[in-house]
Design a binder for this molecule. Structure first.
Ligand code: G6P
Length: 369
């Protein structure tokens, strides 16, 4: 097992550090910015159906559901197709409206999650087209769908999903860019820019990972926190949810992810000098708004850890701890901003003496209801 961990203390840490490669693998043979080409083999036959879809329905569970939420923003922004993201377990039991012109995307690392599989079977029986985004080749979900694109992240052993999440987001982003191009809803300039930025992501992830020691120091300070709040807006809202889930799963600290603007409708009542608040506050279209949300937390003495774009001196001067990540196009930010949150949960859990790779009560894949 020590050999399989490749010198890392845990599979989870190894998998976090594999992300420059796993993200690259999820684009290999698909993106070529020089040629301006973006091809997902499994999608080509179904591209017409996706481009003409009246609606995209995304189903998944856990972290895969969070990848779906990220995709919702990206598909709607770039391709202007309405998207609904559903927990597979809710979808299958509530007599959902499914039409033939609906394009269903099922996301699953393992390809074996019982609720996701059942949701697919239901949608299929109503005539929808089902596309799978799975990591495990030949898995049940991969076989049950009409077509699909593998994430190619490689085996993920740690129960808490890390590299599978970023690979899912990378694949879904490629799908959204490809269909936007097909529908003519993005300019040639933006299309080219996104391809170049995508190719730069693995190198930028490497840069993010250099902050590991700093994140470890921050984790040490918060090891004994009892609660955590994670806040973000836009694309960084699902990142906040995923950050909170990671912390809950492996450290057993209660954590909530919230859209930063919703804070004033409830969670703000929780803020005092003992409450750590993680803001994902990168320079994007909601930056100014997030800055004022940070001020609201600081005014109530919350302790703020902020994930910011490199060179951001304004937030630096306002908060307790800052973790910098490189610039990229706003659409691709979750691929970078989710990584410090994985490391933060990892180090906190290790310092609390938790079984990081196999947390209590959780399974890598839930094949029963
Ligand atoms: C379990 C795992 C999670 C995972 C979820 C969905 O709860 O512990 O890490 O996100 O299942 O799994 P899937 O394989 O369908 O992505």
């Amino acid at each position: 097992e020590a050999i399989e961990k490749g010198g890392y203390d845990h599979f989870m840490l190894k998998e976090i550090f594999e992300q420059p490669r796993s993200i690259a693998d999820s684009m290999r043979g698909r993106v070529n910015s020089e040629e301006g080409s973006l091809q997902l083999g499994g999608l080509s036959e179904y591209m017409g159906k996706l481009a003409d879809a009246k609606r995209i329905i995304i189903v998944g569970c856990g972290t895969s559901w969070h990848a779906g939420l990220v995709a919702e923003y990206i598909f709607e922004e770039l391709a202007r197709i309405p998207v609904e993201v559903e927990y597979a377990s809710e979808f299958r039991y509530r007599n959902p409206i499914i039409r033939e012109k609906d394009f269903v995307i099922a996301i699953s690392q393992s390809g074996e999650t019982a609720d996701t599989l059942a949701a697919i079977q239901l949608a299929k029986s109503k005539g929808a087209t089902i596309f799978g985004v799975c990591n495990v080749v030949g898995s049940s979900i991969a076989r049950e769908t009409h077509a699909g694109a593998y994430t190619h992240a490689g085996p993920e052993i740690g129960v808490a999903s890390t590299k599978a999440f970023t690979a899912q987001v990378t694949v879904l982003t490629q799908m959204a860019i490809a269909v936007a191009k097909k529908r003519g809803t993005i300019s040639e300039g933006l299309y080219r820019q996104l391809l170049i930025e995508l190719e730069n992501i693995p190198r930028k992830v490497e840069q993010v990972l250099k902050a590991a020691d700093k994140i470890k120091e921050i984790a040490f300070i918060f090891t004994y926190a009892r609660n955590f709040i994670y806040l973000g807006r836009g694309l960084n809202f699902p990142v906040a949810l995923e950050g909170a889930l990671k912390l809950k799963e492996i450290s057993y600290i209660h954590a909530e992810g919230y859209p930063a603007a919703e804070m004033k409708h409830g969670p703000i009542a929780l803020i005092d000098e003992d409450m750590p608040v993680v803001f994902i506050a990168t320079k994007d279209s909601s930056y100014e708004k997030v800055v004022s949300n940070i001020q609201e937390v600081k005014a109530r003495k919350g302790r703020v850890i902020a994930i910011v774009t490199e060179g951001d001196s304004l937030i630096h001067s306002m908060v307790d701890f800052v973790i910098e990540i490189p610039k990229t196009h706003e659409i691709l930010m979750p691929l970078l901003s989710s990584i410090p949150l994985q490391l933060l949960s990892y180090y906190i859990a290790v310092m609390r003496g938790r079984n990081v790779d196999q947390p209590r009560n959780l399974a890598k894949s839930v094949t029963v209801e």
